[in-house]
Design a protein around this ligand. Structure first.
Ligand code: SF4
Length: 292
């Protein structure tokens, strides 16, 4: 029985950087320190940050003062102004790659008729990007939505950094038929692509695969879909405790992968949980052999 972790799995540079900044901010600042949303999709890490005095909040309700740490996804200029207006000290951990996409959207808004962002409309990165578009941005989540768009003389298309490349290509090809002058910007982050390739490669080598990460993590959801397409025995879990023996029935080669916000602890806990089931199974088999 083999257990393999995907070559490129777990925390990306941007999320790791945000975590490091949050921890060093806590050391430097005296008053309350909050993160606007969870920095990573792992309850244990969030609990650990809480113990260190970094509390995750979903909104500003009830907060009076303190340091607000924004996530690697970035925020809209409007939200940034709101934070400043309410006199919070803002520590911006926006990933430099996302910052570049924000600048691109801002500059495109000066010249393009319309900016199409291929992404999830509820994702914080997409919401932030829309905020930079001066009302020219539209989110397209799938091919069906792209097909309903009207013909335009001029538009630009780009992607949320964690978008699935195949979907982006499909939407670009639909827009080509509907736009006289289409400017295409491939803004999918390299880390996203390597995670997707690595998961797909692992899915083709194993018989059972666990995707570990937050159910609300956009890129982890994509890894799940990519793996599930080629390997029906793919399971999406948020934490190791969700693994039950039936998932491992008949498994000989087990793979593990995780999204850009899945910390190494969560991957390691998954390995340990699988190993503990395998040991129980092995002991049961031994005891059956002794009895016979
Ligand atoms: S996936 Fe890429 S763009 Fe997004 S936070 Fe990670 S490194 Fe930055």
């Amino acid at each position: 029985m083999n257990i393999s972790i995907a070559k490129d799995a777990g925390l990306c540079y941007g999320v790791q950087r945000a975590l490091n900044i949050a921890k060093s901010t806590r050391k430097k600042k005296k008053g309350p320190v909050y993160t606007l949303g969870n920095l990573v999709h792992n309850p244990q890490v969030i609990e650990e940050l809480k113990k260190q005095g970094i509390r995750s909040v979903e909104n500003l309700r009830g907060l009076k003062s303190g340091v607000i740490i924004t996530r690697s996804h970035g925020i809209s200029p409007h939200l940034y102004q709101q934070l400043k207006k309410r006199k919070f000290e803002v520590v911006d951990t926006t990933c430099p790659i996302v910052k570049k996409i924000q600048s691109l959207v801002k500059s495109l808004s000066q010249s393009e008729e319309e900016i199409i962002i291929v992404g999830n409309k509820n994702h914080p990165e997409t919401k932030g990007l829309i905020g930079y578009s001066h009302q020219k941005g539209h989110v397209v989540e799938n091919s069906t939505q792209a097909k309903t768009l009207p013909h335009k003389k001029k538009r630009a298309v780009l992607a949320q950094s964690t978008q699935d490349m195949d979907l982006f290509k499909k939407i670009v090809s639909i827009l080509l038929d509907k736009t006289k002058k289409l400017s295409v910007y491939n803004t999918i982050c390299k880390a996203t692509l390597t995670h997707q390739k690595s998961t797909l490669h692992l899915a083709s080598r194993v018989d059972t695969l666990f995707i570990v990460g937050g159910k609300n993590s956009s890129n982890t959801n994509k890894l799940y879909k990519i793996s599930k397409k080629v390997l029906p025995n793919t399971f999406f879990i948020e934490r190791a405790e969700e693994i039950v023996p039936s998932m491992l029935k008949g498994a000989q080669n087990i793979g593990i992968s995780g999204g850009a916000s899945t910390p190494p602890e969560a991957l390691q806990e998954t390995v340990e949980k699988i190993n503990s089931f395998l040991q129980i199974q092995h002991q049961r088999e031994k005891s059956v052999q002794c009895q016979s």
